[in-house]
Each structure stands twice: as structure tokens, then as C-alpha cells.
Design a protein around this ligand. Structure first.
Ligand SMILES: [Fe+2]
Ligand SMILES: [Fe+2]
Length: 310
């Protein structure tokens, strides 16, 4: 399976000069600590938990409510300086998930219908809740797997995405409860982690496929879903989806921002490299109609995706 990008090289250099950051159980004395630092100046000191280890905890938490609680705690803790900017553990190849929902191939999924009946709306909301649940893992995997090779702001951005996804999941789960259902009551799409697996080796491939193809696709589709819910008189769900889509524009923006940073720093032309990566790693097709204005607001301009549309 693909590796998890373990690197201690992102540890802050200034920390490695201070023996006070060493934990007593790790080193018996300050001089032993300084000796260790001299031998391996880029080591993670573990004065605090590393951000990679914290992300790994999110990925390895199966229970949905617990996963979202851990996700929120870690994002808040990061803002408060409670984690070391350090990448000392690998991300799991596959996150932990609950026994329910049952995961099925897309061809065996229940038909969603057009949103006219309660049953159809529950099926749509359940499918969206599952997408948001997997999106929590995708955001924390982005940080833990690829953070070492990127600037510190990369961690800030993708942890904030992780907190958004946790909130989106919570909103949808609550709405399902109001409609007499819950997450896990129906089967869910079993292939959503495939693109993470396919792009586990390359941050640019991950950014191209996850935020810049899949989340961008949500920008195209969600307004249509909002319209269906509005037509069916479900203004509460429609309003909630409107709020979610605003956040998703920001997620696509982060995808494009870091893709451009990564491609330019490696001497690639961003749009051309995007097209090469999508051709290599994305099996579906980019289907019009596109929500050009939302995509444009996210920095994902037509020169990226139009050459791939058919
Ligand atoms: Fe989301
Ligand atoms: Fe998102």
C-alpha cells in the first residue's frame, strides 16, 4: 500500500535549540536531550503532541460523533498552539469507520429520486452526510500526510476545512434526525476513499482530484439540489445546503491556492499539470454544465477544466 509521508523535517528549528522542550520521560537529562538534538537536529521533540499524530487520531476514530468531536478539538487546539508542527507518524491507508452505514458499490445504491417525497429527501441527505463524513477524514489526511512538505499555512487551511466538514456532517445528521432518520440508516457509497488511495503518493494529485474535481463538482450540483428541496417545500434543508455550498467554495479555493503554490514551486504550468493529473488519476469525466461563477470565485478558472469537459 502507499506510504504515509513521515517526515520530521518540518519541525521548527528554534525548538531544537532548547533543551527545555524535551520531555523527562524521553530524555533523562537536559544534556542527554541536547546530545540527541545535536545528532538529529530535525527530530520532533514531542514536548507536545505532533499535529500529524493528532490528525491520525481523527482518522482512527470510527464513531461519527466522536470523530467530529475529536476533529473540532484538534482544530481549536491547533489555533491555541497546543500541537507541534511536526510530522512524525504515518497516516493509515484507510480510516476507521462505523459498522453502519453499510458500504455498497454505486450500482447497488438506493435510488435517490427527485426530492419530491420525504423518502427521497432523506436518501439525498443521507448520501450528502456520508460525503461530509468522508470529507472529515480527507481534510485531516491532507494535513497529516502532506503537511511536512508544505508551509505552515497549509495546516491552518486544511484544519479549518476539516472543522467545516465536521460541522456540515453535524448539520446533515441533525436534519436527518428531524426527518425521522439518522446517519447509518441507509447504505452509502463505498468508493469515496478510492481517490484518496489513488493520490496518496502526491500532494498535487490529491489537490487536483479531491478539492479541484470532486468538491468543485459539488459546486455544480448543489444549487440544483437546493432548487429541488425548495420546490418540495423543504426550506430548512435548502437553507442548510446553501450554507454548506458557501463553505465548499472556500475549500475549492484552498485546493487551487495550494495547487498553484505546489506547481509553480516545481516549475509546472498549473492548468496543464492539472489536466495531466486528472487524466491520470480520475476515472470519471468532467461533466458540464459547470457552475462557472462559483468555480471562478474559488480561483478555479475555465482554462483548468474546459479542455477536459466532454
Ligand atoms: Fe463539506
Ligand atoms: Fe469540502
Amino acid at each position: 500500500m502507499k506510504g504515509g509521508g513521515v517526515s520530521a523535517s518540518a519541525c521548527l528549528p528554534e525548538r531544537t535549540e532548547s533543551a527545555s522542550a524535551c520531555l523527562p520521560e524521553r530524555t533523562e537529562s537536559a544534556s542527554a536531550c541536547l546530545q540527541e538534538l545535536r545528532e538529529n537536529p530535525s527530530a520532533c521533540l514531542r514536548a507536545q503532541e505532533s499535529i500529524a499524530s493528532a490528525c491520525r487520531r481523527v482518522l482512527l476514530t470510527a464513531d461519527p460523533r466522536e470523530k467530529l468531536m475529536v476533529a473540532r478539538q484538534i482544530t481549536r487546539g491547533w489555533r491555541l498552539g497546543r500541537y507541534e508542527h511536526c510530522f512524525d507518524v504515518a497516516m493509515p491507508d484507510q480510516p476507521a469507520w462505523p459498522d453502519r452505514p453499510e458500504l455498497l458499490p454505486p450500482s447497488q445504491m438506493p435510488r435517490r429520486g427527485k426530492g419530491g417525497s420525504d423518502r427521497s429527501r432523506i436518501t439525498i441527505l443521507h448520501a450528502l452526510a456520508h460525503i461530509e463524513f468522508i470529507a472529515i477524514d480527507l481534510a485531516f489526511d491532507m494535513v497529516g500526510r502532506f503537511g511536512a512538505g508544505m508551509p505552515r499555512d497549509f495546516v491552518d487551511d486544511w484544519l479549518s476545512v476539516g472543522a467545516d466538514e465536521a460541522m456540515h456532517f453535524a448539520l446533515l445528521d441533525r436534519r436527518l434526525a428531524q426527518l425521522g432518520s439518522h446517519y447509518g440508516a441507509l447504505p452509502a457509497h463505498g468508493g469515496l476513499w478510492q481517490s484518496a488511495d489513488e493520490t496518496a503518493h502526491d500532494v498535487l494529485a490529491r489537490l487536483a482530484i479531491v478539492p479541484m474535481v470532486l468538491e468543485a463538482r459539488a459546486l455544480d450540483i448543489t444549487p440544483v439540489t437546493i432548487e429541488k428541496f425548495t420546490q418540495a417545500g423543504d426550506a430548512i434543508s435548502a437553507k442548510m445546503l446553501g450554507r454548506i455550498v458557501r463553505d465548499e467554495i472556500r475549500h475549492v479555493h484552498f485546493g487551487t491556492k495550494w495547487f498553484e503554490y505546489g506547481t509553480k514551486s516545481r516549475g509546472f504550468v498549473p492548468a496543464e499539470h492539472y489536466q495531466a493529473l486528472v487524466n491520470r488519476h480520475f476515472r470519471g469525466r468532467l461533466k458540464p454544465p459547470f457552475n462557472d461563477s462559483a468555480r471562478h470565485e474559488a480561483g478555479l478558472t475555465r482554462d483548468y477544466y474546459m479542455p477536459l469537459a466532454y
